[in-house]
Design a protein around this ligand. Sequence first.
Ligand SMILES: [Zn+2]
Length: 500
Amino acid sequence: MAKEELMNYEQALAQFEVVIGLEVHVELNTNTKMFCGCKNEFGNEPNTNVCPICIGLPGSLPAVNKRAVESSIQIGLALGCDIAPTGRFARKNYFYPDLAKNFQTSQYDEPIAFEGALEVEVPSGNKFNVLIERAHMEEDAGKLTHVGGATGRIQGAEYSLVDYNRAGVPLVEIVTKPVFGAGAEAPELAAAYVRSIRDIVRALNVSDARMERGNVRCDANVSLRPHGAEKLGTRTETKNVNSLRSIERAVRFEIQRQAAILAKGGSILQETRHWHEDRGVTSSGRPKSDADDYRYFPEPDLVPVQPSKEWIEQLRAGLPENPADRRRRLAADWGFSELEFRDVVNAGLLDQIEETVAAGAKPQAARKWWAGELSRIANDESKDVAELAISAQQVAELAGLIDAGKINDRLAREVLGFVLAGEGSPTEIVAARGLEVVSDDGALIAAIDEALAGQPDVLDAIREGRMQAAGAVIGAVMKAMKGSADAARVRELLIAKANA
Ligand SMILES: [Zn+2]
């Protein structure tokens, strides 16, 4: 494959205005599928969760899953959308082997939710109001596995397997209006937007929201136009990008690729593109047809969805706090610096810190452990910090032991390691392993005397006011006592000894 020519990013932004549009598919975590009673479960034996309805056998009749409608309305409300009093399903007609029915049951001109907005903050702290055009209900397709090729793609494969377990799983597709004005931050905005959607559906508990399983996936539209131009440029749609980092990289790549073509007088092909995580590039997919090529028509086997006003208001009243409001509240409560707060937001640590504070820790202590040592360990183990085997209560307990003077920072890190290894709670580990700080003067004085024997000049130095000399003795005492000495007390005793 020919290597794509790219324009330098800054140069591309100097020449062109970036316009993005995002389509996010959210897989709902209902017990059963959208139109039949089959289980909606990830990871089962292929083709075990199927029935005549979800594989479209003749004579089978679908019925709408009420819980899926409810989840869709909740998502719509959380995005500030209006909810349609009547919404109809439509057939989107196309053939693909993962779609046994030959059409996808979706919504076309009557989506369940429309005209919303979401405030999205990017890592720099800039905020953007992303306008939502619509959120509609539809069903997922099955899953194809291409076997025999090097890349897992259909090109070069010897044969393909199809698993219809996912066919008919409820999806909500959320579509933004074109987003202008993000400039150089368009890639970060795309990723931050998807993260906000993920956080919202997770808070609503309507989706497992695990991007690595494809519960939340994004199609990213990118187009460029000369600064000041009215007409939108031709867009490309990079399909099914399923990590936040990949979204950011894919949008950045498309900006650079399109800029290089346009600057040479070329034109952009309206097409779908694939993102290749390994090589960090997008490649051409298929020419992107306009919507009416699918010959949508109203689904004759399903009655329109007509949620009552009472139901909608009941769901609205039960919405969790909006993520932007929550960030403002926590920022005010915790009193972190702007940079500290932004860092914990970007690291996705709000839940952990909030729970740790609720369990009794001071906000700064909670931040320190989650953003410091625990993030470092998670990073070393290529895990999400949420996957570590430690609870917010345990972190709060650890911070409490430090505040009470029972352990110091160094011992706390050691205790943390044992908690992660499953040895129990911090208090239990400190007791079982005898990790408590030693502040007993007798033991400390003995250790100081021993350390001084090797460094007899230190007392003179301290008497002359050269306090840095004390550091070596404190260090030697800490080492001899395996880090369990109360360093502040060692220092006091040393000074007292020098001036005795
Ligand atoms: Zn079924």
